[in-house]
Design a protein around this ligand. Structure first.
Ligand code: SF4
Ligand code: SF4
Ligand code: SF4
Length: 342
């Protein structure tokens, strides 16, 4: 196992995510605009329950059980959802007025990165959904790193960010098979694997990750795991309300989630039944492990306190009155920096 001196982490409050995809676009604009990266979304936001991105990624294997690596499937470009080409020329410059409409070109697409967006699960009147944004988890025990025979994947000593050295990568894609979160993409133009870099060039300048800083929902907290004064430590270690996604995958993720609370279900008479949660407990347990049930109780108790006018450090943290305090000191304005490089 590769231990770093310190570990950067992200906490996402799923009760505040509005599924706007600003995070995905912020990342795309910054990092994945080159040839071969068209289909890449290092940050994805999927509706749960749903098949996710890549399609059915939770059934693709990889990761570890009892410390032993498990075989994993290589996700295809089609399963990620290829980039569609649209008839922009025809609509904007074709002189057809309102007769032309934007539509994907070529064969009708049958899958995309958000194909089942807002469908969710459950039956009327107890249907439910929530959004699950995902990036690389910059795992403490990264399956991708262990699977690479070229030693092209590094976990940075100073901050635990997991990066791929493209000069060493030969495009074998064992990392893509091994990552149980399926968060690595293959660049078919450059013939190398690529993934979220936790915005390390920004981090090194004291600027929070683009997906976090641009988030209008104030969903994402950033910082070092061991910074006891910052929200990450308080949410993960002090209040213990932020949990990793699929701890059962054995990679020890460093991205954590405050689980979603939904209203209770309606009974057959149309009355709310507080004993029956709208999002089934077993579904949340399948994503975040059994601790999630206790976390929901803590969240509900602190919400009730706050509603009654009492003090709640936890609610104040999650409300995030002061936006910049979410970033564990990485609160520098990127516009004040003279960036070099392409
Ligand atoms: Fe590697 Fe996947 Fe963990 Fe990212 S999420 S560090 S790609 S195993
Ligand atoms: Fe993209 Fe940076 Fe967010 Fe990673 S941390 S998903 S590189 S914006
Ligand atoms: Fe959710 Fe924030 Fe991303 Fe919007 S930008 S989808 S609110 S995490």
């Amino acid at each position: 196992m590769t231990k770093s001196d310190r570990q950067l982490a992200m906490v996402l409050d799923l009760n505040k995510c509005i599924g706007c995809h600003t995070c995905s676009i912020a990342c795309k604009r910054l990092w994945t605009r080159d040839e071969g990266m068209e289909y890449m979304w290092w940050n994805t936001v999927n509706t749960q329950p749903g098949r996710g991105t890549p399609r059915d990624w939770q059934e693709m294997g990889g990761g570890f059980r009892d410390g032993q690596a498990l075989p994993g499937k290589l996700p295809t470009r089609g399963e990620f959802g290829d980039a569609w080409k649209f008839n922009h020329e025809e609509v904007f410059y074709g002189g057809k007025g309102e007769k032309a409409h934007l539509k994907p070109q070529g064969k009708d697409p049958h899958w995309g990165p958000n194909w089942d967006e807002d469908q969710g699960g459950g039956e009327y009147p107890n249907a439910y959904y929530f959004y699950l944004p995902r990036i690389c988890n910059h795992c403490t025990h990264p399956a991708c790193l262990e699977a690479c025979p070229r030693k092209a994947i590094e976990k940075r000593q100073q901050d635990g960010i997991v990066v791929i050295n493209e000069d060493r990568c030969r495009g074998y894609r064992f990392c893509m098979e091994a990552c149980p979160y399926k968060k690595i993409y293959f660049n078919h133009a450059e013939k190398v694997s690529q993934k979220c870099i936790f915005c390390f060039p920004r981090i090194e300048q004291g600027v929070a990750n683009a997906c976090a800083r641009q988030c209008p929902g104030r969903v994402r907290f950033v910082g070092y795991r061991d910074d006891q004064a910052a929200p990450i430590y308080k949410l993960v270690d002090k209040w213990k309300v932020a949990l990793p996604l699929h701890p059962d995958y054995g990679t020890e993720p460093n991205v954590f989630y405050v689980p979603p609370i939904a209203p209770p279900s309606f009974d057959e008479n149309g009355d709310l039944d507080p004993s029956k949660p709208r999002i089934p407990d077993e579904y949340l347990v399948s994503l975040f492990g059994p601790e999630v049930l206790e976390v929901l109780e803590v969240l509900k108790a602190e919400m009730a306190k706050k509603r009654e006018g009492a003090e709640s450090e936890l609610m104040d943290l999650l409300i995030a009155y002061k936006w910049k305090e979410m970033f564990g000191g990485f609160d520098r304005d990127p516009a004040t920096i003279e960036w070099t490089g392409s």
